[in-house]
Design a protein around this ligand. Structure first.
Ligand code: ADP
Ligand code: MG
Length: 409
């Protein structure tokens, strides 16, 4: 099907054409008609499936009619990066309309945000904390809000934003359209959704599982050899942009320094950095000035950068959801990517089993050819994790059996 079938305003269609979208993604196909009818929606879809345009296009359509220069749509995002990203998508898709959006988040001065609000905007894209500040100061009038979007609801919940969100939602007009989008649907989100949504249409695209366009592989390696294995791996793979995840801010900084010393163009993104530093880093990564980005989970949430060919878990994530979110940074919009996980400690085995449960397949165990593992025998690690579900047989999914050494076919 094509975007034509939604019968969007021609000015909005022009934005879709500019964005280069040829046909709607599955979540767009399912959600857009329902949203255009004004229904509440509870949408679950993996990262990289096009959720942003799924809610932005119907919002633009709604706002293309009726009063201007008052805030009629509110989009809540967990991080500044995501707020900027969604604001950018609105500017692109709405470029041929007169609809204006302002983005609001902490860590930067309030002045420009206040100016934007005073000039008059129909859409506010905000992180909850700073929005509450502006609301408290009477700087933003939300009494005309007709539609509110809670994007990345699970992340908001993880980050402890639920009380703030409740406070914001309580102060919005009762008669409105409410949309919840989330990659996963933990119990707390479901409860909030039951309270806040009115007879919602539930849209679930795919099972909650990592993007299918990503191949997953596991590199068992002792902690002490991790950095050397990463260096060897980076030499072997043919990569565009590589995103490397560490467990802590400190480990991210240390690994970044090490990689730079080895001659890599590597940058670091972690939560202690100022907003300006984070933006400069993101820009450098987008524009290809650094090919490697070492990041922590929180900093990398929802990043939408084209051409990330590899996500490397230098440290295991804490949960299956965190794994899903990390690898959602590659293989976006049907491009293929690879996700490598360095598994160091035997305690990683349980999580590996859970991840494989979600993938519905065993991750390929790889031994890096020509790498000196010393006494360590990678092939003997986590063998237990691969057995079990299928009478002991290791299932190999379509994309999981790629060639050794991490080379792309
Ligand atoms: P999500 O919020 O589900 O993680 P995004 O909305 O950020 O995903 O979209 C992921 C990427 O896919 C973006 O780069 C976006 O521009 C692109 N995209 C979205 N919709 C389409 C489409 N219909 N056709 C092609 N690319 C698309
Ligand atoms: Mg998104």
């Amino acid at each position: 099907m094509s975007f034509e079938q939604f019968e969007l305003d021609p000015r909005i269609m022009a934005g879709v054409v500019d964005a280069g979208f040829q046909e709607p993604t599955p979540i767009q196909r399912d959600a857009i008609p329902v949203l255009l009818r004004g229904r509440d929606v509870l949408g679950t879809a993996q990262t990289g499936t096009g959720k942003t345009a799924a809610f932005v296009l119907p919002i633009l359509q709604r706002l293309s009619k009726g009063p201007a220069r008052r805030v009629r749509a509110l989009i809540l995002e967990p991080t500044r990066e995501l707020a900027e990203q969604v604001h950018g998508a609105i500017r692109e898709l709405g470029a041929h309309t007169k609809i204006r959006s302002v983005s609001i988040y902490g860590g930067v001065s309030k002045g420009p945000q206040l100016q934007g609000l005073r000039r008059g905007a129909e859409i506010v894209v905000a992180c909850p904390g700073r929005l509450l500040d502006h609301m408290g100061a009477g700087a933003v009038d939300l009494s005309n809000v007709e539609v509110v979007v809670l994007d990345e609801a699970d992340r908001m919940c993880d980050m402890g934003f639920l009380p703030d969100i409740r406070r914001i939602l309580e102060r919005l007009p009762g008669h409105r359209q409410t949309l919840f989008f989330s990659a996963t649907m933990p119990a707390e989100i479901r409860t909030l959704a039951n309270r806040m949504l009115e007879d919602p249409v539930k849209i679930q695209v795919d099972r909650i599982a990592p993007a299918e366009t990503v191949a997953h592989a596991l590199y068992p390696v002792p902690e002490a050899l991790k950095s050397r294995l990463l260096a060897t791996l980076l030499e072997e793979i043919r990569s565009e942009r590589v995103l490397v995840f560490t467990r802590t801010k400190h480990r991210a900084q240390r690994l970044g320094t090490l990689l730079r010393r080895q001659g890599h163009k590597a940058a670091v993104l972690e939560g202690n950095m100022s907003q300006r530093e984070r933006q400069a880093t993101m820009k450098g990564f987008r524009e290809g000035r650094h090919r490697l980005l070492v990041a922590t989970d929180i900093a990398a949430r929802g990043l939408d950068v084209d051409g990330i060919s590899h996500v490397i878990n230098y440290d295991m994530p804490d949960t299956v959801d965190a794994y899903t979110h990390r690898i959602g940074r590659t293989g976006r919009a049907e491009r293929s990517g690879e996700a490598f996980t360095l598994a160091a400690s035997w305690t990683d085995g349980t999580l590996i089993r859970e991840i494989e449960g979600v993938l519905g397949a065993a991750m390929e165990r790889r031994r890096l050819a020509g790498f000196d593992y010393g006494d360590f025998a990678p092939e003997q690690q986590y063998a237990h994790a691969a057995r079990s579900r299928n009478g002991g047989a290791v299932r190999r999914g379509r994309s999981y059996g790629r060639s050794v050494g991490g080379k792309r076919r």
